[in-house]
Design a protein around this ligand. Sequence first.
Ligand code: SAH
Length: 387
Amino acid sequence: MNTLGTEIAAIIAHEGPISLERYMTLCLQHPRHGYYMTKDPFGASGDFVTAPEISQMFGEMLGVWIGEAWTAAGRPADARLVELGPGRGVLMSDVLRVARVAPGFLDAISVDLVETSPVLREAQARTLEQAPAPIKWRATFGEIPRAPLFILANEFFDALPARHFVRTEHGPPFRPWRPSDASIARPETGLFPDAMGGWRERLVGTTAGGKLAFGLAAYVESGLPLGAPAGSIIEINVVAQRLMSAIAERIVADGGALLLVDYGYTRTTLGESLQAVARHAYVDPLEAPGEADLTTHVDFAALKRAALAKGAKVQGPVSQGSFLVQLGIERRAETLRRKATARQLEDIDSALARLIGFGEPREHMGELFKAMAVLHPDMPDMPGFES
Ligand code: SAH
C-alpha cells in the first residue's frame, strides 16, 4: 500500500470505516498526497484530456457565451469572472481572448480562480501571465467577494466527493472488516437497529489482511426512496448540491450567471458512477489512493433542483454537442480551416468530432457531456439551450 493508503488505513483503525465522501476527499485533496495537490494530471502524457485542452474552439464558445451573459445582465461594472477548477488555465486564457468581442467586458471584470492545488495554481499563473484583467486565487467559492458573478465550471463538479447508499434485505449487513471495526457502528449513529433491512451507506474499511475494501454501514438511513429492490445503489453528492445552492443564492442576490459543463445524467436514477482513471485507463479506486483521478457523473437534475429552490432561473441541461453547435462552433472551425496547414486541418476536424460527436468512439464528448446555465431570474434566455 502507498503512503496515503497507509494513512487512510490508520484513520479507519482509529475511527472505523469512512464514507466514500471522506475517502474521495482524502484521495483528491490530501495536502501532501492528494491527487490534485501534487501533480498536473492533464494532457496526453498525464491521466486525462479535457475539452479546453483538445481545442481552443471550446473555450472560445464559452467566452462568447459568458460575454453575452454579462451584456444581457445590463453590463454591470465591478463584475467578477469566476472559474471553478481551472486546471492549467487554458480555458480561461481562451475565454479572455474572445471576451474582447463583448464591448466593455474586460474593463468591467476582475478574475477569480477557485483552485486548491498549488501545482495547478502555478500552471494557471504561467498560462495567464499576459491576462488582460487582474487575477486572484481562492481556495473556495465562499471566499469570492460579493459582486455580480459570471461563473464557468468545466469538469469541476465531477471532482466533488459523493456518497453511496445500498438497499439491503432484512438481516445482518455484509461486513468485510475486522470484528473490531464493527464496534464503530455504534447504535447512536444509526437511526434504526442493526437487524432491519434498508438503505446502508457504502463505506471504505479494511479487510483482515489490512487492504482497503468497500463494505456497508451497520446502521440504516431513513429518508431515501422506498420500494427500491435489494441490491439497488444510489449516489448522492451532498457537497455538489450545497455548492450549487450557494452559487444560486449569490446569483439571485447579486446578479450573474453560471455555465456548467460536465459529464453526467439529466435525470436522478438508481445506480452509481464512481470511476478511477490513471494514464487514460480505468483502475481500481481503492488500489493506489491519491494516484488516480476519482470522479462521479454529475446528477444535473439534483443540481437543477438545488438552483431552482434558491429562486434562480435554469436553462438545460442539453448535450455539449448541441450546445456548442448552437453557439456556432462549426462556423468557427470553418474560419480556422481557411488559414490552416494540411496537418492543422486534420487536428481541427478531429477536435471538432471529439467535442460535438455523439455515440462511439468513447472519445466523443458531444452526448455524454451536458451544459446547464443558472441565471438571475430577470435574465433573458441565453443561447445554446434550444432542444
Ligand atoms: N476545468 C479544467 C480542469 C478540470 S479538473 C479543464 O477543463 O481542463 C478539476 C479541477 O478542479 C482541477 O483544477 C482541480 O485542482 C480543481 N479542484 C478539484 N476539486 C476542487 C475543490 N474541491 N476545490 C477547488 N478546486 C478543486
